[in-house]
Design a protein around this ligand. Sequence first.
Ligand code: HAM
Length: 425
Amino acid sequence: MAKVKIVGIKGMNDMLPEDAAIWEKFEDTARSIAASYGYRQIRTPILEATQLFTRGIGEVTDIVEKEMYSFTDSMNGEALTLRPENTSAVVRCAIEHNLTYNAPQRLWYFGPMFRHERPQRGRYRQFHQFGCEALGFNGPDVDIELLAMTSRLWKALGIEARLELNSLGALEERAAHREALIAYFEKHADILDEDAKRRLHTNPLRILDTKNPEMQEMVNAAPKLLDFLGEESLAFLAKLEAGVQALGINYSINPRLVRGLDYYNHTVFEWITDKLGSQGTICGGGRYDPLIEMLGGRPTPAVGFAIGAERVIELVRETAGDVVKADCDVYIAHQGGHTEMVARQIGEKLRDCGKRVIVHAGSTSFKSMMKRADQSLAQWCVICGEGEVNENCVSVKRLRDAAGNQQFAEQMKVEIDQVTELFGQ
Ligand code: HAM
C-alpha cells in the first residue's frame, strides 16, 4: 500500500506531553481563582448554529465576515459554525435552560475556539480561551470583580500586563457618536483605506481600531465616544474606576479601545503585554447588556472576559521557563514474573496513599529500568529484585529531593510491608 503523509492543519497545534505541565499550571490556577470568586463551570458544544454568531458577534465584524469555520450539515442542511468565541454560546445556553430565571449566574469555561486568521506568533486557527461570564448583574460591581480576578491570575502566574479601560456608553450615546464619526471620516475620505471605506456606513467604530500607519493621525483626532457619554454612563465609568483604584490595580483609559465584537456597551477592557509582539492582548472583555435580549432572552445585563491561553502560556514560559513536572513520585522496577506482581501490589498501595507511581513495563534489564526511572524525574525508585523479594523485601533508592535535585544516596533494604509507611505520610 502506498504510504501517505498526513500533517496537522495549518494554525492548529498539537499540545505535546512535555507542554502538559505548563498548560495544567495555567488551567489549574485559572480554575481555582474563578472558584475562589464563586464562579461555576459551564460547557457548551463546539458546534453551534451559524446564526448564533452572525447575530451575536455582528455581521460587520472581522470574525463573522472572514474568520468563521462555517459549513452546511450534509445530513440536514443546517448552517453550522465551529465556535469562534464562547460568549454567544454561553448566552444561548443560559436562555435555553432559563439559567438566570431565579438568580444571577457566575460562570467560567475553558476550551478550543476557531478563527480562520492568518497564523502567526500568538495567533492561531484553533486556540483556547479561559473565560468568565457574569449574567444578571447590573454592575459596575461585578465588572470590578472580573478585573480583580484577572489581576489576581496574572500575579499568580508571575505575568506583568497593563490594563486598558474604556466605556462604550449606552446605545443612544453610541448612535450620536456614530453620526459624528461618519461625518468626520467623510470629511477625510481621501485618507481612508479600502477596509475603512467599506466600514464607513456599516461599522465606523471599528475604523478607530485600524493598524494602518497612514490613518493614525486622522483617527487620533476623530470624535471620542467619551465626549458623547451622558451623566449615567459617566457615573458608571467613574464607579468602575474608583473600584479598580481601591483595589490598587493600575490602568489607563484608552478612548480608542472599541473591541472587535459588536455586543458591548459601557465597560470594555483589555489586558496587554509588550512581550508578545503584535499579538499582545492576553485578555479582552466587557459588558454586553444588549446581547441576551438580542438572542431572544429576557433583557438581562451581563459582563465577562476571555483569556487567550496560548498567549498566556507563552508568557509564563518566557518569564518562568518551562514548568517541569515529574511523571511520577515513585518508579518501581522489577525483574518480571513474581517480582512484577509484587511491584504491582506495592504500586496499588502507594496510589492508595496518594502517590503517583509508574510500575516499569518492558525490558527488565537493570540499566534500562534505571534509565527510565531517571527520565521520569521520580523522587524514589523501588527495586523489586528476585533475591530481595524472596526475603520479603525490596530496595529503595532516593533519586531526587522534593525540589528535583539529584541525590546520590545509598540504596536501603525495606520490608515490603514497610514500603507504604516510608512514603505514606
Ligand atoms: P476576543 O478579544 O475576541 O474576545 O478574544 C479574547 C482573547 O482570546 C484575546 O484577547 C486573545 O488573547 C485570544 N485570542 C483571540 N483570537 C485568537 C487567536 N486567533 N489565536 C490565539 N488567541 C486568540 C472574545 O472572544 C470575547 N468572547 C470575550 C468576552 C467574554 N467578552 C465578554 N465576555
